[in-house]
Design a protein around this ligand. Structure first.
Ligand SMILES: Nc1ncnc2c1ncn2[C@@H]1O[C@H](COP(=O)(O)OP(=O)(O)OP(=O)(O)O)[C@@H](O)[C@H]1O
Length: 249
């Protein structure tokens, strides 16, 4: 389980994360969507969890161990992997080469060392598995920059999976993805997370997507926790509906 305990982060006078306590991954393979208005502190919380920012107070606990002292890279080694709002694929490389790079980095191999290693088959089989699970099969040779945006996003997330995460944090995986592609991207991520028992946490603005695909929802407002629970809280919690949907009961 990944826990934030009484996490607080200030930028000058502004409290971007205000005493947040939350648990992710009570069930293996569950997907939690972080929701909230602009400036609610969603990205700041993800940055704190993954070590890009240091909290002013509070702690981050991974499977019972305080990981506050670990760098982002050290957290990746512990199974905590993130992807960013902006796609981080190598544009001029093929889909397969991109995935291979991620899998090699997890195994501590460089591309030149890989040519002489006896791990070819294992690495290629892992890459094939990722192509299949992310419904990119048939596109292995396609150069990343020529992919439709939804597929580039999936490649980005597939690369994060290539690092073999136990916990995956995604900052708006559907940002910039067309309305037609959004559902496919989220459905694929949720399916793979369940199949691989990866606990996934994703920031998402589209409430229809959250209602349909979330196992759990964490709603933030002005840095603090506005509500958390199953997706039904989006329908039943009036305060949350007022803030998120502007619905006046
Ligand atoms: N590095 C920073 N320096 C100063 N203020 C910051 C910094 N990063 C974030 N903030 C402020 O902290 C607050 C929370 O920002 P954050 O990006 O976490 O919100 P968010 O919920 O992810 O918003 P959005 O949906 O617009 O991406 C905002 O008021 C933002 O302006």
């Amino acid at each position: 389980m990944l826990e934030a305990r009484n996490l607080t982060k200030r930028f000058g006078e502004l409290v971007a994360t205000d005493d947040v306590t939350v648990e992710f991954g009570r069930e293996d393979g569950e997907t939690t969507f972080i929701v909230g208005p602009n400036g609610a502190g969603k990205t700041t919380l993800v940055n704190l969890l993954t070590g890009l920012l240091e909290p002013d107070s509070g702690s981050i606990v991974l499977d019972g161990t305080d990981i506050g002292g670990l760098t982002p890279d050290e957290r990746v080694h512990e199974g905590l992997v993130r992807s960013f709002q902006v796609v981080h694929v190598f544009e001029e490389m093929s889909v397969r080469e991109n995935l291979r790079t991620a899998v090699l980095s997890k195994r501590g191999l460089t591309r030149s060392a890989f040519s002489f290693s006896d791990e070819h088959e294992g690495v290629e089989a892992t890459v094939d598995g990722l192509l299949d699970r992310f419904r990119l099969d048939g596109r292995g040779r396609v150069v990343a920059e020529t992919l439709p945006h939804g597929d580039r996003k999936l490649l980005d997330v597939a690369m994060a999976f290539g690092l073999d995460p136990e916990y995956l944090l995604l900052d708006e995986p559907t940002a910039g993805v067309s309305a037609e592609e959004t559902e496919h991207v989220i459905e694929t991520i949720v399916d793979v997370s369940r199949a691989r028992a990866v606990t996934t946490v994703a920031i998402e603005h589209d409430m229809d997507i959250v209602t349909e695909y979330a196992d759990r929802v964490l709603a933030l407002h002005q840095g603090g926790v506005l509500g958390q629970g199953g997706p039904s809280i989006l329908k039943t919690d009036d305060r949350l509906r007022r803030v998120l949907l502007g619905v006046d009961e």
